[in-house]
Design a protein around this ligand. Structure first.
Ligand code: FAD
Ligand code: SIN
Length: 532
């Protein structure tokens, strides 16, 4: 018999982005599925994806070419078997998404998908739905989920921590039994007791002051998995997207790399292109190189932004190809068909995460991970543009097959989990401290753990984060938990993991560039962290 604060399901999916929804749609044929999501179900990084999903879809392209582009972008750290598996499943995945109701843009008068291009790709291979690909995918997957009787979606429920046998002091292999989840409105903490849990909580862009990510991206999944004893790898590889709109109210609105794919050029304050100085692929070089080049140009010339110019292209084409970006820029007073856009880099994607194989299996039994939260080895030291939506679906679907095959996929017996133990004090008056700490972490990560790093800055960041963590933990254990406090605690932990990983990497590779060790070491290695 379950106690009052316990819900029993066969599968628990934490997160309602592309990874969580894709997994749920597969496993729902084999058991009951709870999807919990901390805001409205559409609110996810997925919903903001612009450029599209990379897959080999044309006769001029080949798997080998997509594989090589991914390996080159990944700067020697990709797992080649994972790259091969993910890339080769691309066309099937795209067909399945289309069958689920995703409308990808087709070329005019031809029954073929329109294929975009982005940095690091040597061929056109990015399927897109206008410039709101993520919104279209999220819409279609949520619609598909809504008609599945075996799936229940719980909005405004925030996972606090995974429940594991280790935490319950049970002997044997560490096994995930579900999660403690906070109901944002009632303040009640519910134990979800399940056979298999999928972590699909996305990334951690909010660790940085400037980010293209929405507010949900506070790194909860990595923090929960770390606390539960899972291995975390390569967290230093934070991808900074080169082109976010520079405007005080635009919240780092993304200007898709597909704009450069259609011919846009980066200009310095003197109006001159500069990317040829940095890489033979110029404006379409891999993202780490472009972001670093912009950072160097801004520092060299002492300016706050550089510019992205597509005014040489036909204005009708630009409006039609990028309707959302064009309209958003107009809201901020910029007409991209007539003037170059002011842009700056911002934190965009977490390449590291919870170590998982290409089937989503982590080192905790019963815990799978897919999407941005997972580190499968596909991206290595730098993700190739539009490979993350692809990876999320491929790994989620393979994870679903594993979950269904595992006997543990369906609970064999109901078990009662201990209720959540909360601090006694009511909501703290000092909640302002939460906001202060949140701001301080984001600013110090931006200032000390940004595009260009040094050991001195990293050590300074570590000392400050450790101080903040002491304060946050005191709050956490003394007071009743709130969504803000839970996210702050996770944000601080993820910041710490990024800094620790960066300190472990004594070389520059891909997205991790340090003035102290400016070259790559001959042998590639992962930075691995596990709770002592
Ligand atoms: P998400 O889509 O982020 O979903 C995470 C879910 O988990 C959300 O529902 C969230 O609310 C929920 N969640 C988080 N923590 C908790 C918790 N504690 N409890 C309950 N729920 C929780 N990639 C591409 O391949 N192509 C692109 O064109 C592209 N464009 C992008 C543009 C932007 C502006 C951004 C921000 C990213 C872009 N990316 C792109 C990256 C890509 O969108 C993401 O990596 C991908 O969508 C991640 O999917 P996901 O399912 O792993 O996570
Ligand atoms: C973009 O449209 O530039 C984002 C693509 C990505 O992050 O993969």
């Amino acid at each position: 018999m379950a106690n009052a604060q316990q819900r029993d399901f066969d599968f628990l999916v934490i997160g309602s982005g592309i990874a969580g929804l894709s997994f749920a749609l597969k496993v729902c044929r084999y058991g009951t599925v709870a999807i919990i999501t901390k805001k409205k179900s559409a609110e996810s990084n997925t919903n903001y994806a612009q450029g599209g999903i990379a897959a080999v879809m044309s006769a001029e392209d080949s798997f080998e070419s997509h594989i090589q582009d991914t390996l080159i972008a990944g700067a020697g750290l990709c797992k080649e078997d994972v790259v091969r598996a993910v890339v080769s499943e691309g066309p099937t995945i795209v067909r399945e998404l289309a069958e689920s109701g995703v409308h990808f843009t087709e070329r005019e008068n031809v029954r073929e998908y329109d294929l975009g291009k982005e940095g690091g790709h040597t061929k056109r291979r990015v399927l897109h739905a206008g410039d709101i690909t993520g919104r279209e995918i999220e819409r279609a997957l949520l619609a598909a989920v809504s008609v599945e009787k075996n799936i229940t979606v719980f909005e405004h429920l925030l996972a606090i921590d995974l429940i594991t046998t280790q935490k319950l002091h049970q002997s044997g292999l560490n096994r995930c039994l579900g999660a403690y989840v906070l109901d944002e409105f009632s303040g009640e903490v519910i134990a979800f007791a399940v056979g298999v849990t999928l972590l699909a909580t996305g990334g951690s862009g909010k660790v940085y002051l400037y980010t293209s990510n929405p507010d949900i991206a506070s790194g909860d999944g990595v923090a929960m998995a770390y606390r539960a004893g899972a291995t975390i790898a390569n967290m230093e590889f934070i991808q900074f997207h080169p082109t976010c709109l520079y405007h005080p109210e635009a919240k780092s609105f993304l200007i898709s790399e597909a704009v450069r794919g259609e011919g846009a050029v980066l200009l310095g304050k003197d109006g001159q292109p500069f990317m040829k100085k940095y890489h033979p692929m110029a404006d379409l070089a891999p993202r780490d190189i472009v972001a670093r080049a912009i950072d160097a140009e801004m520092k060299r010339t002492g300016v706050d932004c550089v510019f992205l110019d597509i005014t040489h292209k036909d204005a009708d084409f630009v409006r039609k190809r990028f309707p959302n970006i064009h309209a958003k820029c107009l809201e901020y007073g910029f007409d991209m068909t007539k003037e170059p856009l002011p842009i700056v880099p911002a934190a965009h994607y977490q390449c590291g995460g919870v170590v998982a194989n290409v089937d989503g299996e982590t080192d905790i039994t019963g815990l799978l991970a897919a999407g941005e939260v997972a580190c499968t080895g596909l991206h290595g030291a730098n993700r190739l543009a539009s490979n993350s939506l692809l990876e999320a679906v491929v790994v989620a679907e393979r994870a679903a097959r594993k979950a269904m095959l595992q006997k543990s996929g369906v609970r064999s017996q109901e078990s009662e989990l201990p209720s959540w133990q909360s601090g006694n004090a009511g909501n703290p008056d000092e909640l302002v401290v939460v906001t202060h700490n949140w701001d301080e972490i984001r600013r110090l990560m931006w200032d000390y753990v940004g595009i260009v790093r040094t050991d001195k800055r990293l050590l300074r960041a570590r000392a400050r984060i450790q101080n903040l963590q002491r304060e946050i933990n005191q709050f956490y254990w003394d007071y009743k938990v709130t969504p803000d406090l839970i996210e702050l605690r996770n944000l601080a932990l993820v910041a710490e993991l990024i800094v620790e990983s960066a300190l472990q990497r004594r070389e520059s590779r891909g997205l991790h560039y340090t003035l102290d060790y400016p070259h790559a070491l001959p042998a590639a290695y992962d930075t691995v962290l596990r709770k002592a």
